[in-house]
Design a protein around this ligand. Structure first.
Ligand SMILES: [Fe+2]
Length: 273
């Protein structure tokens, strides 16, 4: 799977985040404004870019920009290590979003994290694995993450809904310190607003054979990048640093877009941090 954001997206986002004008960014990079605009669009490096000066002005780590320019991708993850996680990528006119199904192998109880755009692959997996859907956790209420929710709720009316949306009924809202059990698994949450007001990250622990924790992060962080700050860039970045990069290095990060990664890989290669 390709990265959600190419280098041009990252540079464009960092310009917005830090209020750096295209003229200033272009000058630091050693590009014309037209060349910078083309780079924002394609992410392709066609001319030597001064990543050192560009990184300094945009508050991005220059050596990590170089790493991305050389084609960095997180290592491919083998989900069988966790026994019972499945990821689903659904698309709409070329736009794609990830959601994740987790279950306890002994009880066959399942929890879904976001719904994506289409319920069918989830319904197929639940049937094939003979699972009962007990919980639906929402990372944030942007449409691509919840589009299939009405269909899933109609099919599984007893599944408990969890979100940090202030618009949700009180009995569906995440509570401070709450831990949901799913067989032997434990699901906690950390509030991660920024990209979305109701952004929340779910951390799943107690996996069989001591597999590392799994964090379902929504659009808080992507492999090599982060979600759009939507006007709250400082908060978005702070929440990644405090709530996500503080997890153990081996923690598997499952983003709403783009490939799986780990805390350790993002500490080493994400230019925003
Ligand atoms: Fe989003």
């Amino acid at each position: 799977m390709n990265l959600e954001d190419h280098l041009g997206d990252i540079v464009r986002k960092a310009g917005l985040m830090n209020n750096v004008s295209p003229a200033a960014a272009a000058s630091a990079a050693g590009l014309s404004e037209n060349e910078l605009a083309a780079f924002h669009e394609s992410g392709q490096v066609t001319k030597k870019i001064n990543f050192n000066a560009l990184g300094k002005i945009l508050d991005l780590a220059p050596q990590k920009l170089e790493t991305l320019a050389q084609g960095w991708l997180p290592t491919k993850k083998d989900l069988s290590r966790w026994h019972a996680i499945r990821s689903f990528t659904t698309t709409d006119e070329g736009f794609s979003v990830n959601c994740y199904l987790v279950w306890d192998e002994a009880t066959r109880e399942a929890a879904l994290f976001d719904t994506g755009l289409d319920a069918q692959p989830i319904l197929d997996c639940l049937a094939a694995e003979k699972l009962s859907l007990r919980h639906i956790f929402i990372t944030h209420s942007h449409y691509d993450h919840v589009e299939a929710l009405p269909k899933l709720r109609a099919t599984f009316p007893a599944a408990q809904l969890h979100s940090s949306s202030p618009k949700a009924p009180v009995n569906q809202r995440n509570k401070t310190g709450e831990v949901v059990t799913l067989g032997s698994l434990r699901i906690a949450h950390r509030e991660t607003p920024g990209h979305a007001d109701d952004g929340v990250t779910y951390v799943i622990e107690h996996w069989p054979k001591e597999a590392p924790p799994v964090a379902i992060v929504g659009d808080t962080i992507f492999a090599g990048s982060m979600g759009n700050g939507n006007g709250a860039w400082d908060l978005a970045k702070q929440k990644v640093r405090i709530e996500i990069l503080s997890l153990s290095a081996a923690t598997l990060l499952c983003p709403g877009h783009g490939p799986l990664t780990t805390v350790g890989e993002e500490q080493a290669c994400n230019p925003f941090f």
